[in-house]
Design a protein around this ligand. Structure first.
Ligand code: ATP
Ligand code: MG
Length: 138
């Protein structure tokens, strides 16, 4: 049975012109792009998205970065989408990411790490609803 997950191509990757190359990796791995858009978000919108990390020491840096330029939110679909996207992304810190992963290829640091992917079914549902309205779901 197919599953949906949520992803964001982060500001560093959009700025460097990696959007197309990252989308190609995602499609090559068998994901269907259900919805896609390019937007900029405010600091407050970034804080709402990452609210689970509010107490972390890097929260300020993270939300400043996520609101620093355009991002590309995505809804992706395939069998086992949530876990498979996390595998395709690689470790949070690109220095620890496996060869061939998106973060290994396109990320510069743990803070500027090119892509986000939901980590569980409940967070995927929250994150899709945070960025996409009902009429944008196909
Ligand atoms: P994401 O949620 O963006 O997909 P992740 O699930 O791999 O990434 P999380 O633990 O959820 O990692 O952290 C969210 C984001 O916060 C990371 O992607 C990273 O950009 C940033 N972050 C995490 N740990 C650190 C750290 N020690 N220093 C700076 N930034 C960090
Ligand atoms: Mg996470």
């Amino acid at each position: 049975m197919s599953q949906r997950t949520f992803s964001i191509i982060k500001p560093d990757a959009v700025r460097k012109g990696y959007t197309g190359a990252i989308l190609a990796e995602i499609e090559k791995a068998g994901f269907k792009i259900v919805s896609i858009k390019k937007i900029s978000i405010s600091r407050a919108q970034a804080e709402g998205f990452y609210h689970v990390h509010a107490a972390r020491p890097f929260f300020g840096e993270l939300t400043e970065f996520m609101s620093s330029g355009p991002i590309v939110p995505l809804i992706l679909e395939k069998k086992n989408a949530i876990a498979d996207l996390r595998t395709l992304m690689g470790a949070t810190d690109p220095a620890k990411a496996e060869e061939g992963t998106i973060r290994k290829k396109f990320a510069a640091s743990i803070g500027e790490n090119a892509i986000h992917g939901s980590d569980a079914a409940d967070t995927a549902e929250f994150e899709i609803g945070y960025f996409f309205a009902g009429y944008e779901l196909k």
